[in-house]
Design a protein around this ligand. Structure first.
Ligand SMILES: Cc1cc2nc3c(=O)[nH]c(=O)nc-3n(C[C@H](O)[C@H](O)[C@H](O)COP(=O)(O)OP(=O)(O)OC[C@H]3O[C@@H](n4cnc5c(N)ncnc54)[C@H](O)[C@@H]3O)c2cc1C
Ligand code: FES
Length: 285
């Protein structure tokens, strides 16, 4: 099997067809919640990515959309992507079956800076399908727990049914886990005995050494906005990492579709520090 590692910008520009996708078979599909599925893909060429970088996934004859792999970069033969149904491409993906083929190109962008996190407490805050890229990050943190301080995850979803990676959450919630996990849902059900309320409620009594900590946030814009406001009471702006989403086309800094202030999200992000983006007007719209 050939290996395709991360392409540098100059490599992308010199490619004959930088939009060329690698065919990838869907080898497994897991229903995570009423509107979210995880797809395991087996690309014809192995694709190396770093945690937090993204790929462009195409559905033959329809179009493509960006997703951040939710699997560990250390598991190199297959890639997992966790996808919420939102519109045309994601709707078609949700109707596809195991054995069908999609296209993958990339990886692109700048992911989570693991070297900046070394030796520090890491507080991870996720909302809904935003846990997807964070799962990839958590795999990397827990693969070498001695390199990091305390690892905490605060995760919220609409209802218990909308929590994704339910088996994994159970493992992470166990007493032997390296992750200090706290969950919340906007609305409970008859079996739910945990927290009810928005994820920012879980940030009120933080047991994280924020002096030596960093925070990583991914979720819907409104959740990111209020979570960031809350985190700024404890963390430096340059120690808060945010995953920014913009409509994309090329994915590698050529078309300008994904402009965010002076940045292109596809090339300069999708992971930014709050300090980098804080002065951009209408950041969360
Ligand atoms: C770097 C990056 C990483 C990402 N990673 C992930 C990930 O890991 N998982 C994930 O789930 N998503 C992720 N996303 C978001 C994902 O790319 C989008 O959800 C996807 O592009 C939507 O494509 P689509 O063709 O299905 O939707 P589109 O058809 O383009 O629709 C987009 C929007 O329009 C609305 N819409 C669509 N059709 C209609 C209609 N008929 N009437 C009214 N409104 C409509 C949808 O509700 C949606 O809000 C990521 C985005 C970026 C930029
Ligand atoms: S998607 Fe083309 S420049 Fe970012």
């Amino acid at each position: 099997m050939q290996t395709r590692s991360k392409l540098e910008q100059k490599d992308i520009e010199s490619l004959e067809n930088p939009y060329r996708s690698i065919p990838a078979e869907i080898t497994s599909i897991v229903d995570e919640s009423p509107n979210i599925k995880t797809f395991e893909l087996d690309p014809e060429e192995e694709i190396e990515f770093a945690t937090g970088e993204f790929i462009q996934l195409s559905v033959p004859g329809l179009g493509e959309a960006p997703f951040t792999p939710s699997s560990s970069p250390n598991a190199t033969d297959k890639i997992e992507v966790t996808i919420m149904e939102a519109g045309e491409v994601t709707g078609k993906l949700h109707r596809m079956e195991e054995g069908e083929t999609v296209g993958v190109r990339g990886p692109y962008g700048k992911g989570y800076p693991l070297d900046e996190m070394e030796g520090r407490d890491v507080l991870v805050v996720g909302g809904g399908v935003g846990l997807a890229p964070l799962r990839s990050l958590l795999y990397m943190l827990t693969a070498q727990p001695d390199n990091f301080g305390k690892i905490s995850l605060k995760y919220g979803a609409r209802t218990p049914d909308h929590l994704i990676y339910k088996d994994q959450l159970e493992d992470w919630g166990s007493s032997v886990s390296e992750i200090d996990l706290e969950l919340t849902v906007d609305e409970g059900d008859e079996d739910w005995e945990g927290n009810v309320g928005v994820v920012t409620n879980l940030l009120e009594n933080l047991e994280v050494d924020t002096e030596k900590g960093v925070a990583v946030v991914c979720g819907p814009p409104i959740m990111m906005k209020f979570t960031t406001q809350s985190l700024l009471d404890h963390f430096e702006s340059s120690d808060i990492y945010l995953s920014m989403e913009k409509n994309m086309s090329c994915g590698f800094g050529m078309c300008g579709h994904c402009q965010l202030g002076k940045y292109y999200v596809c090339k300069d992000g999708p992971v930014f520090t709050h300090d980098q983006v804080k002065d951009i007007p209408d950041l969360w719209e």
